[in-house]
Design a protein around this ligand. Sequence first.
Ligand code: ZN
Ligand code: ZN
Length: 253
Amino acid sequence: MKIVFLGTGSVILTGRNQAGILMEIGKKKLLFDCGAGVAVSLAKIGYTPYEIDYLFMTHFHPDHSIDFVTLVTDRGFRKRTLKVYGPIGLKKFTKIFYTKLYPELDSFLKCFEYLELNEVKKNFELNEREFKISSSPTKHTEFSLAYRIETKNKVILYSGDTGECEEVINLGKNVDIAILECSFPSKKVAVTPNHLYPEACGRMAKRMNAKKLVLMHFFPSCEKKEREILSRVKKFFDGEVVLAKDGIEMIVE
Ligand SMILES: [Zn+2]
Ligand SMILES: [Zn+2]
């Protein structure tokens, strides 16, 4: 499989796109979150956004969801179905966009005809031929989600936004790669308990028994603090740690 980090920033803008990860598993293309910049970046690196088969949203904060509208509107013109999975509230969230904010799009493009909306509830499991996806709640918003992606021989965890929590640790047990948010460079500057900082990422990866840890979702306070972030993570986790940048690719065989 191939993982492409399309957006590694967060809600306060830096030079990074907001959250978004592409996973190519066999012929299937899965997108996880779609904050600002993600849809256009897909096209820039050679993907046609309408070829995305699945979109998995972790929650509806704009830095994870605002390009949903971009993708869906594109679908209306392309006439190809997008399977969308997201927290409870996904149907309401989508409806507000296309019946309240942009009603002309719905009546003209019939976007809903090209959407398969699935709200992820407790004990969710999606079993496809090429992969299996399961989910857990995270400590961020009422219905926010993390996802576990299993292929024939590899397992990946994507946390979305979360504070340090048992549910995400349990979901990520023995993963090959844990992709965690790391909003702040230290606990001292963490403005909320519902996000992670390096020591918390290290502890979570250690307790998951993850082989590799990839960090993303950086607030501006993280920029130019790579060495400090790495040394704080490594106090708790001695596996490989990567601070993701927009556009990096990982081939996971
Ligand atoms: Zn976020
Ligand atoms: Zn959030």
